[in-house]
Design a protein around this ligand. Structure first.
Ligand code: PLP
Length: 446
């Protein structure tokens, strides 16, 4: 029986270093790699690099492989589709794969109302479609977004993205009309308040200091939010937050756009993370894990909102048939293998272990998450809460060198997001390494 992880050469090994050198010569330097992991193959929760090292995948290909790498059902569906047809622009013609997938998606998306689906190819496209749809339907031009958000890098979605200056530098002017407000990041409350004594001031603030002062609510099309901020640091809002936000939106007739690109498709133990807050958004954006690594996104809206007419929006490859059958297989696998339950079970266990680590450690400031979307925020010390970005980087790199492909988010948060079908044995093997490395880094003087 193979025991994972398996490190045979200290990474990056010679083959990995060679490939990275070529990559640096040829590939756009705008990419920001976490570390030189060069993939040769992958299966389930294990990634093998070109030098023969085998890692436990604690990032699931950036939350894209919720059913694991090369799930047999997904591979089989793609192979079958390869023998039928690979493309026939759904913007101009018809095929059943998009319709079958749309049928399944409207079933699993929150909200007991009729829905329609727009298919694109990436997270940013799902968000662009949502922004355009909100404008088209409401004929309004203003939006509310959140500080510390990530929604993508094309000009529309970038106008909302606000977690790192590098994402926006030199790209102005962006889409006009977006006002950013603070996200409910309770560990580092932007208003220096404490939950629950704050009485959700972060929601009242939007009303009293934004909508009533300088962003006329009758001109606001929508509020765009992540139910859990992903790239911003796996920030989980408090229990009543979204109910209150919805009440505010309803007060002024503003739409809610829920960006589930990272948190959706079962990641948090529910099909979509917003279900934890029991709120039904008007528009939901899905991508990453939708087609298990194939490029596909979906913007799912109330049917009465998705009322734009022919020619108003489309994308040649959107709803590619290979990606659609892969997505159908993903939904089937999540249901049949009860992966929402497994995400909840393994996630609860991981949170418990990390809470114990937090108690024993001076540098683990906060542990938070839902299902298998878990963040561990590192600090210099618990009193100052100063973000320990160098320490987080060390924990990430050393964990990788010891066989756990884990990554960071926000300023100093380690994010744990393995495939939803991960076993307890692999969770334990991965956490043992991460915990060990945290203790090692804590002992070292900066
Ligand atoms: C919440 C969220 N929205 C949008 C995006 C953009 O997705 P893409 O990189 O596929 O354009 C991401 C990517 O990580 C994301 O996490």
């Amino acid at each position: 029986m193979t025991v994972y992880p398996k490190i045979v050469v200290t990474p990056p090994g010679p083959k990995a270093r060679e490939l990275v050198k070529k990559d640096e010569m040829l590939i756009s330097p705008s990419h920001m790699r976490f570390y030189p992991l060069v993939v040769e193959s992958a299966v389930g929760c294990i990634v093998r690099d070109v030098d023969g090292n085998e890692y436990i995948d604690f990032n699931a290909g950036l939350a894209c492989l919720n059913v694991g790498h090369r799930h047999p059902k997904v591979v089989e569906a793609i192979k079958r589709q390869c023998d039928r047809f690979l493309h026939y622009s759904n913007t101009d013609f018809y095929y059943r794969e998009v319709v079958e997938l749309a049928e399944k998606l409207v079933e699993i998306t929150p909200g007991n109302f009729e829905k329609k689906v727009y298919f694109g190819n990436s997270g940013t496209e799902a968000v662009e479609a949502a922004i355009k749809l909100a404008k088209w339907h409401t004929r309004k031009q203003l939006f509310i977004g959140f500080i510390n958000a990530f929604h993508g890098r094309t000009i529309g979605s970038l106008s909302f993205t606000a977690s790192k200056p590098a994402q926006r530098r030199y790209f102005f002017p962006l889409m006009p009309g977006v006002t950013h407000v603070p996200y409910p990041y309770c560990y580092r409350c932007p208003f220096k308040q404490t939950y629950p004594d704050c009485h959700y001031w972060c929601v009242d603030f939007i009303d009293e200091f934004v909508l009533q002062k300088y962003v006329p609510p009758e001109d606001v099309a929508a509020i765009l939010f992540e139910p859990i901020q992903g790239e911003g640091g796996y920030v989980v809002p408090p229990p009543e937050y979204f109910k209150r936000l919805k009440k505010l939106a309803d007060k002024y007739g503003i739409l809610l756009i829920d960006d589930e690109v990272q948190s959706g498709m079962g990641r948090t133990g529910k099909w979509f993370a917003i279900e934890h807050w029991e709120v039904e958004p008007d528009i939901v954006c899905s991508a990453n894990a939708l087609a298990s690594g194939l490029p596909l996104s979906a913007t799912i809206a109330k049917a009465k909102i998705m009322d734009w007419t022919g020619g108003s929006h489309a994308s040649t490859f959107g709803g590619n048939p290979l990606a659609c059958v892969a997505a159908l297989a993903v939904i089937e696998a999540i249901k049949e293998e009860r992966l929402l339950e497994n995400a909840t079970k393994q996630g609860t266990y991981i949170l418990k272990r990390l809470e114990e680590l937090k108690e024993a450690s001076e540098i683990v400031g906060d542990v938070r998450g839902k299902g298998l979307m878990i963040g561990m925020e590192l600090v210099e010390d618990k009193e100052s809460k100063k973000p320990a970005s160098e320490k987080a980087k060390k924990v990430m790199l050393r964990s990788w060198k010891r066989g756990v492909a884990v990554i960071t988010c926000g300023v100093s948060t380690i994010r744990i997001m393995p495939p939803l079908n991960i076993t307890k044995e692999l969770v334990d093997a991965g956490l043992d390494i991460i915990e060990d490395v945290v203790k090692e880094v804590e002992k070292e003087k900066q």
